[in-house]
Design a protein. Structure first.
Length: 287
């Protein structure tokens, strides 16, 4: 599965296992995590290993993650897709509010363009739908930015299947980012719609915010041992097998963990083991 690609928006082919930048910032996505040199080294190693999708957001840091991406990777190699997000303003560790007014989205997109040092953002995702602003106005602002050449494709974050359907009736949607992992399949209806329409699905917290990275003594851990893998690698492999539209972007500030995560793309699960893992996630759903 190492070289399997998915075309975001039908035109931006990327290897399905990407890299997320949230863990390059501090606790609660606030401030730095260690020194910038380590973060730069992780980003560069990710690309050296063949990562073609970098997922970031303007409020990671805030601003810091986008700055690190540019510091590490600009000028960007051909074929590298940079995805960022706007529409959320962070004012402290794990403290944020939604800001979806058209003027706010335009200003935040312009700021991301400057930080990333690009004229066009490959994939710009509305980080949250603002319930105080008509969805047509929010997506209209992004569609205007696309028309102006500021962004290439529009995505959404944390939406229901109904919201995705409504948004797709307003403008073309290239991607969705929802929480989804081996033991959390609440967004299964969204995934089903994405699979039916060829929309990229970037699951956030693909390792359960770290909880799936360990699992010794569990069913996942025992199965991972048979594959000579870690539980986290098996969880990522499950995502890659689950649907061809799933593009997990696990993040880390560690070179060793980066190597582990990316090695998950080489794991080929048997149908029997895939069914076993899928059954575990189904059993874990609330009733």
């Amino acid at each position: 599965m190492t070289d399997e690609r998915f075309p975001i928006g039908g035109e931006l082919p990327v290897r399905r296992l990407g890299f997320g930048t949230g863990r390059l910032t501090g606790t609660g996505y606030w401030g730095p995590r260690g020194d910038a040199a380590r973060a730069v080294a992780v980003l560069r190693r990710a690309v050296d290993r063949g990562v073609e999708l970098i997922d970031t957001a303007d409020n990671y840091g805030p601003d810091l993650a986008e700055q690190l991406v540019a510091q590490a990777l600009h000028p960007y190699p051909a074929g590298l897709v940079i995805a960022t997000k706007g529409g959320v303003v962070r004012t402290g560790p794990d403290i944020w509010h939604i800001a979806g007014r058209p003027e706010d989205l335009r200003a935040r997109c312009e700021a991301s363009l400057r930080r990333l040092r690009v004229e066009t953002i490959d994939l710009y995702q509305l980080h949250r739908i603002d319930p105080a602003v008509p969805l047509a106005d929010q997506l209209g602002a992004l569609a205007d930015l696309r028309q102006a050449g500021k962004i290439r494709h529009i995505g959404l974050d944390s939406v229901t299947a109904e919201q995705l359907e409504q948004a797709a009736g307003i403008t073309e949607i290239a991607s969705v980012q929802n929480r989804y992992h081996l033991l959390d399949r609440e967004s299964e209806p969204v995934l089903e719609r994405c699979a039916a329409t060829g929309t990229a699905f970037l699951p956030w917290h693909p390792l359960g915010n770290g909880t799936l990275a360990t699992g010794a003594g569990t069913a996942v851990g025992g199965l991972a041992e048979r594959y000579g893998a870690t539980p986290g690698q098996l969880a990522l492999a499950w995502l890659l097998h689950r649907s061809p539209v799933l593009l997990p972007t696990p993040g880390t500030g560690s070179l060793a963990h980066l190597e582990q995560n990316l090695d998950a793309a080489a794991i080929s699960l048997t149908d029997q083991d895939l069914d076993l893992l899928t059954g575990l996630s189904t059993a874990a759903q609330p009733r």
